[in-house]
Design a protein around this ligand. Structure first.
Ligand SMILES: NC(=O)C1=CN([C@@H]2O[C@H](COP(=O)(O)OP(=O)(O)OC[C@H]3O[C@@H](n4cnc5c(N)ncnc54)[C@H](OP(=O)(O)O)[C@@H]3O)[C@@H](O)[C@H]2O)C=CC1
Ligand SMILES: CC[C@](O)(C(C)=O)C(=O)O
Length: 329
C-alpha cells in the first residue's frame, strides 16, 4: 500500500497551470474553493441560469461554459454528475484536449465502464476525496483535510502521479493521507461502499430499527433519537477510535448488546447478499442498469426517492431538527 502525506506532494506541479472545475455542485464547489485558497488558478464551469451558477458567482467565480473552461485550462476536472459526464466530455471537453493537458476525475465510473475513452497523449488521473464535498470544504477551512484516493489511468507527461498528489495537497487531502489506487479499485469499492454500507445499508438499517420500535408502540420521536440522531455520535466515536474504541466509549451493557446481538442482525445471508452486490458491480451489471435508468428518464430512481421521502421517519426528523437551532441546514 502506498500512502502519501504533505511532504510527498509538491504544489508547484500545478503552479502556473489553469484548473477547470466543470460542474459547481457538491464536489465542484468544495474543490474549487479549496484549490483557489491554496493559491491555484481556477476557472469554474456551470450552466447559466441554474442555482449553482448563481452560487459560483456569489463565491467570486465567473462561470463559463464547459467548452470554454476546457479550452482555457491545462487541467480539466470533470465534476458533473457521473451519468452526464460522457455527454459533457464528448461535446465540450474532447474537442479541447491536446498533448500536455490533464483530465481529472473524482470517481472512476466512466473510465472503468468505458463511457469515456480519452486520447493517449494526455494524462488521466483521479483524486477521489473519501467524503462529501461540503466536508472537503469545511475540513479545509479548519486546516484539515478529507482522506483521498489517487490513481493514474494514463501518464503521457511522466508526471501524472505528481500532478495528482499536488491536486490532493491543494484540497488538503495530504494532511489526512492519500492512498494510491487504480480507477477500477476506486470505482468498485466506492460503489460497493455506498450501496452495501454507507448509504444503502445504513439507511435500511435505520428504517428497520425505527419501524420495529414504532410498530411496537413506542413514540416515533424517541425512535428517531435512538436509531438516527445518536448514530452520528456513535459513528464519530468509531471514526476517532475504531470499533474497539467505540465499544470502550459506551456502557458495558451497550457493549455486550453489540457483541452478542450484532451478528444476529448482519447474518450470513446479509454477507452473501453483499458478495452478490459486489459481483454485480464488478461485472458491470449495476453500471448498465444505472446508465439505462438515466436513458429511460429515471422512472425507478424518482419513484424510490419519493417513497423514501414519504417514510414517517422523515416527517418526525424534520420536526425535531427544526427545534435544534444549531443543526446545520
Ligand atoms: N457528492 C460527493 O461528495 C462525491 C462525489 N464524487 C464524484 O464527484 C463527481 C461530481 O459529483 P457531485 O459533486 O455529487 O455532483 P453534483 O450533482 O452535486 O454536481 C454536478 C454539477 O454539475 C453541473 N453540470 C451538469 N452538467 C453540466 C454542464 N454541461 N456544464 C457545467 N456544469 C454542469 C450540475 O448542474 P445542475 O445541478 O444544474 O444539473 C451540478 O451543479 C461525480 O463523479 C461523483 O461520483 C466523489 C466523491 C464524493
Ligand atoms: C458515500 C457517497 C459518496 O461515495 C461519497 C460522499 O464519497 C458519493 O459518491 O457521494
Amino acid at each position: 500500500m502506498k500512502i502519501y502525506y504533505d511532504n510527498d506532494a509538491d504544489l508547484s506541479y500545478l503552479k502556473g497551470k489553469k484548473i477547470a472545475i466543470i460542474g459547481y455542485g457538491i464536489q465542484g464547489r468544495g474543490q474549487a474553493l479549496c484549490l483557489r485558497d491554496s493559491g491555484l488558478d481556477v476557472v469554474v464551469s456551470e450552466m447559466a441560469g441554474t442555482p449553482n451558477f448563481e452560487q459560483a458567482k456569489k463565491d467570486g467565480f465567473n462561470p463559463v461554459s464547459a467548452a470554454e473552461a476546457a479550452a482555457q485550462a491545462d487541467v480539466i476536472q470533470i465534476l458533473t454528475q457521473d451519468h452526464v459526464q460522457a455527454k459533457v466530455y464528448t461535446e465540450a471537453i474532447k474537442p479541447n484536449l491536446k498533448k500536455g493537458k490533464v483530465l481529472v476525475f473524482s470517481h472512476g465510473f466512466n473510465i472503468r465502464f468505458k463511457q469515456i475513452k480519452p486520447p493517449k497523449n494526455i494524462d488521466v488521473i483521479m483524486i477521489a476525496p473519501k467524503g462529501p464535498g461540503a466536508l472537503v470544504r469545511r475540513m479545509y477551512e479548519e486546516g484539515k483535510g478529507v482522506p483521498c484516493l489517487v490513481a493514474v489511468h494514463q501518464d503521457a507527461s511522466g508526471n501524472a502521479l505528481k500532478i495528482a498528489l499536488a491536486y490532493a495537497k491543494g484540497i488538503k487531502g495530504t494532511t489526512a493521507g492519500v492512498i494510491e489506487t487504480t480507477f477500477a479499485e476506486e470505482t468498485e469499492t466506492d460503489l460497493f461502499g455506498e450501496q452495501a454500507v454507507l448509504c444503502g445499508g445504513v439507511s435500511e438499517l435505520i428504517k428497520a430499527g425505527f419501524d420495529t420500535l414504532v410498530e411496537a408502540g413506542y413514540q416515533p420521536e424517541i425512535a428517531y433519537f435512538e436509531v438516527l440522531h445518536e448514530l452520528k455520535l456513535i459513528t464519530d466515536l468509531i471514526q476517532e477510535r475504531g470499533i474497539s474504541g467505540m465499544r470502550r466509549g459506551v456502557s458495558n451493557t451497550a457493549c455486550y448488546g453489540d457483541l452478542s446481538r450484532g451478528p444476529r442482525i448482519i447474518t450470513q445471508k446479509t454477507r452473501k447478499e453483499m458478495k452478490k452486490i459486489l459481483k454485480e458491480i464488478v461485472k458491470g451489471k449495476f453500471a448498465k442498469e444505472w446508465i439505462g435508468e438515466n436513458v429511460a428518464g429515471r422512472p425507478n430512481f424518482d419513484r424510490l426517492l419519493k417513497e423514501g421521502d414519504e417514510h414517517l421517519i422523515e416527517k418526525v426528523g424534520k420536526q425535531l431538527r427544526e427545534m435544534m437551532p444549531w443543526m446545520k441546514k
